[in-house]
Design a protein around this ligand. Structure first.
Ligand code: KG4
Ligand code: ZN
Length: 330
């Protein structure tokens, strides 16, 4: 890694309590050129020095993705390099390989703001889904709980901070699908349970911390249970490692619970450093490099995609929540 930068726009969205698509698109268009000029200068490179240009092409809020992909096309055209359009979910899946070797096949728990899935990564570009959320993603459960408790976005870090002074055992939060034979998830009920408890409490600082701790514990517990179920299937397919990736993989309680699962299932565990759990360009560059080395070059006509499932099977069948689409909004 020669240089990297994050041009955060969290501040722009803060007054609205969530990400506003129009603001996100404009912020990308306004900040991309400055961020790219900055990393090029720090890397000591000119565009003519580049071998290949990679950018996220989805899935996600399409305005921001379009701004980034158009910029990448412009640079690749000017520098006369190939273009790689990266599925940002694939970048999450490969992200542990930024810092340590991780051999295929491996089991992946992908947990972010828009997705919660269990996959077997067989190779670059070859992913088989074992399970996915049937409604909200785990990150959404964190974000909605934070909103309920009046904590500022992004919700995950806010809940994690509150939970540090909370008692996770004081309130009872359901564990949907715990012990089920399949490998799917459901998180929509957690939000409703949290709402009921919050409305009937005194809404004191301690209530807030205890409820945050209870929700975090429930999410971590369900993620661990569903991953343990998938571990048996993945091991039968030759996996010997578990990778936990995506924004929610930055959560210390989630990491601890998944570490326990890995030990119990005799899998080694791999996770990117915290800063490369949430969306970042380093993982997109890595996915781009891995595709480039396999000759997986894209055409100039490649378009930004709001939905883009990782596994070919899901792409061929009806749209499934958790495979590239956000759950229903509350
Ligand atoms: O991967 P990501 O940056 O973007 C998507 O692709 O969605 O994930 C963002 C999600 C948000 O829901 C955010 O609240 C959650 O990851 N998140 C966390 C933590 N840091 C980010 N959730 C729990 N604990 C954290 N420390
Ligand atoms: Zn992401």
């Amino acid at each position: 890694m020669l240089a990297e930068a994050v041009a955060s726009q969290a501040h722009d969205h803060a007054p609205y309590g969530g990400v506003v698509p129009e603001i996100a698109a404009r912020a990308h268009a306004e900040r991309l050129d400055g961020a790219i000029a900055d990393v090029m200068a720090r890397a000591g490179l000119a565009f003519a020095d580049l071998d290949v240009v990679a950018a996220t092409a989805g899935p996600g809020l399409v305005g921001g993705v379009m701004a980034g992909l158009s910029m990448a096309k412009g640079i690749a055209l000017a520098a006369d390099t190939p273009l790689i359009a990266v599925n940002h979910l694939e970048a999450h899946v490969l992200s542990p390989r930024l810092t340590a070797p991780l051999a295929f096949p491996f089991l992946v728990l992908l947990v972010s703001g828009g997705h919660t899935q269990l996959l077997v990564a067989k190779d670059v570009g070859a992913y088989a889904r074992l399970g996915a959320t049937r409604d909200d993603a785990a990150g959404e459960a964190f974000d909605k709980t934070a909103k309920l408790l009046g904590a500022p976005p992004p919700g995950g870090p806010a809940i994690e901070a509150l939970a540090k002074r909370g008692d996770p055992a004081r309130f009872t939060i359901p564990r949907p699908f715990r012990g089920a034979q399949h490998c799917d998830f459901s998180f929509a009920g957690l939000k409703t349970a949290a709402l009921r408890i919050w409305e009937t409490s005194a809404q004191s600082d301690q209530d807030r911390a205890d409820l945050a701790a209870a929700v975090q514990a429930a999410i971590a517990d369900v993620l661990a249970d569903r991953t343990a179920r998938a571990a048996a299937l993945a091991k039968a397919q030759g996996a010997s490692a578990l990778a936990i990736v995506g924004g929610v993989a930055a959560n210390a309680t989630v990491r601890t619970e998944l570490q326990r699962v890995a030990e119990a299932c005799d899998l080694t565990i791999a996770a990117p450093p915290l800063k490369w759990c949430t969306d970042n360009a380093a993982m997109v560059a890595l996915a781009g490099a891995e595709r480039y080395h396999r000759g997986l070059i894209d055409d100039w006509t490649v378009a930004a995609r709001a939905r883009w499932p990782l596994d070919a099977h899901a792409a061929a069948s009806a749209p499934v929540l958790g495979s590239g689409r956000k759950g229903p909004k509350a």
